[in-house]
Design a protein around this ligand. Structure first.
Ligand code: EPS
Length: 389
């Protein structure tokens, strides 16, 4: 079964990741992992940090000649910006002059700064900010890109894209396949389907930046060809939709998660929300619609998984809100740190990769998966069995 852990501070020497449970024998395309990392660095509305970083993945365990060994994969991404922070963020040596530490004492509302400091007893809130920074998501994207390659070997595809930026809702185009969505969103720097509003959104982001403010948005992920029956209705903690929602909520700045029609289903009649069942040869069981986003009883039902995430605006404001100094307790403006105006585009890649991780996790939990060929055989046999149920 897959598990992972990440470590590393935003301006520390590097990000590290360990992932266990990836089957042996999986040929990894390293260029695809690096492409995902480059995509996460892009998007309109990013700050200047991304001009410094050129995220690439290094393997220091679990891989031989590009093929997984079944042992833990050890991953590294360098923080190039660390060279400008080498004294401030030195893991071992202390600095002589504490004025050079770039201490944070005026917490930013909406960031982890204040509560993190209170909980861990830090008097320099940089100790909180450095880890709560969304820089960490680079490693989750690398791990998700590995999981996505595993899923591709099982004929499962997924994509994450942007549906809304600030209050601008992008027109949806119904019944697109994952491949068609990928093709469309690669043609603009907002990862949106319909380009009518690209200029208006660019203008909105630029104006927001000028105002010293930030923007959030809505992300949608679709996963196709997921076998039915992942997760279980038998106990609350075995329901896969709940796990998936939890993992997506675990991404920085995500404040809402919706599966299928989600909140809007609450105001419709049952007859408008349930997906009628059909059986067709040779594919077998299906549904005539997908209001429930690929889940019934906490289990995948074979329809595409549709999950949406609401991202709040970034809490670092160039025109800061009221805060108070943790030492003097004097009420004054929050501290300003370099940041992005919006990170909705990178976040759409992060949500996609986190969904990939959770899918790979539940699959390797459900099926014997020491070796990729055996896993492929197991899943093919299982799909066949379901078709004839
Ligand atoms: C972030 C603040 C900014 C972002 C960072 C997330 O970092 P810096 O202060 O170094 O400019 O660039 O995101 C990344 C570094 C990244 O790779 O996504 C924050 O406070 O969360």
């Amino acid at each position: 079964m897959i598990n992972y852990v990440t470590a590393g501070e935003s301006h520390g020497p590097q990000l590290s990741g360990i992932i266990t449970g990836i089957p042996a024998g999986l040929h990894l395309d390293i260029s695809k992992i690096n492409a995902a990392l480059a995509d996460r660095q892009g998007g309109f509305g990013r700050g200047s940090r991304q001009q410094i970083e050129h995220d690439t993945i290094q393997f220091t365990g679990g891989l031989r000649h590009g093929v997984t060994l079944g042992s833990p994969l050890a991953l590294t991404i360098q923080n190039r910006d660390h060279q400008h922070w080498s004294q401030i963020m030195d893991p071992i040596s202390s600095v002589n002059n504490t004025n050079t530490l770039r201490k944070i004492t005026r917490p930013r509302p909406g960031h982890a700064d204040l509560v993190g400091g209170m909980k861990y007893g830090h008097r320099d809130l940089r100790n909180v900010l450095e880890r709560s920074s969304a820089r960490e998501t680079a490693m989750r994207v690398a791990i998700g890109a590995i999981c996505e390659q595993l899923l591709a070997q099982l004929d499962i595809q997924l994509v994450g894209y942007v549906q809304q930026i600030g209050n601008v809702q992008v027109k949806e185009q119904p019944a697109l396949s994952v491949a068609q969505i990928i093709q469309l969103i690669q043609q603009n720097d907002l990862r949106i389907l319909d380009t009518t509003d690209v200029e208006a959104i660019h203008e909105l982001i630029l104006q927001t930046k000028k105002n010293g403010d930030t923007l959030g948005g809505v992300i949608k992920v679709i996963a196709e060809n997921v076998p039915a029956g992942l997760g279980s209705y038998t106990s609350w903690d075995t329901k896969f939709d709940a796990r998936l929602a939890g993992a997506v909520m675990g991404i920085n700045a995500i404040k809402g998660v919706e599966i299928g029609d989600g909140f809007s289903a609450a105001s419709n009649y049952g007859s408008q929300v349930m997906d009628a069942i059909d059986w067709q040869a040779p594919t077998g069981w299906t549904r005539l619609s997908n209001h429930l986003g690929g889940f019934e009883g906490g289990m995948t039902n074979g329809m595409p998984i549709v999950i949406k995430a609401a991202m709040k605006p970034i809490p670092t404001l160039y025109k800061p809100l009221q805060s108070a100094d943790i030492n003097t307790k004097v009420v004054q403006k929050a501290q300003v740190e370099r940041s992005d105006t919006t990170a909705i585009v990178p976040a759409s890649i992060v949500v996609e990769k986190v969904v990939a991780i959770e899918l790979a996790k539940i699959i390797t939990e459900t099926f014997e998966s020491s070796n990729i060929t055996r896993l492929q055989e197991n899943i093919a046999a299982y799909r066949q069995e379901l078709q004839n149920y």
